[in-house]
Write a protein of this length. Structure first.
Length: 167
């Protein structure tokens, strides 16, 4: 009888731990996988030139590729105007800046940037796709609901703990 009680208590403890772990990973999803895929393609055609395909940004190191001197004038002007620094779109610095803001606010910033550096084949929703890709790169998961310009979920709420950067 004691053995059965011990077994029951053990099973209940494991179930409680499993539920707690699951609840910790339960994050709101604010974009679709199709948006993130389209965003990756758009990112690689323009944003990745300055922010790098790693999304880690530039610090002005001489080995950062592509070499700014080989880029079109508008890219060179932006990079050189910032002393070679282009902010990261993943990791701690990104989360410090954007974590408390909504996904919609971040999307508005991306929309503004897209106007100056439009990706190939850009349309009215490209900025949302780019935002989805950047959120995914920070550890957010896709879901069934598409990201919109009015999505009010904070960026930090979409990112699983310990996954705030692309590996």
């Amino acid at each position: 009888m004691i053995h059965h009680r011990l077994m029951s208590v053990s099973v209940l403890a494991l179930a409680a731990l499993s539920c707690a772990a699951f609840a910790d990973d339960a994050r709101p999803t604010v974009f679709t996988s199709a948006q993130a895929r389209a965003g990756k393609v758009a990112y690689e055609s323009t944003c990745g030139i300055c922010h790098l395909n790693s999304l880690k940004g530039r610090i002005g190191a001489p080995d950062e590729l592509p070499d700014p001197d080989t880029l079109p004038d508008n890219f060179q002007k932006t990079i050189n105007g910032a002393g070679g620094y282009v902010p990261p779109l993943i990791g701690e610095e990104f989360m410090e800046k954007w974590g408390k803001k909504t996904a919609g606010e971040f999307a508005a910033r991306i929309q503004n940037a897209v106007m100056g550096f439009p990706p190939k084949g850009a349309d009215d929703t490209t900025f949302l796709a780019l935002t989805a890709y950047i959120l995914k790169s920070n550890g957010a998961s896709s879901g069934n609901q598409a990201l919109t310009a009015t999505t009010s979920t904070p960026v930090s709420a979409t990112v699983a703990k310990g996954r705030s950067h692309k590996s």
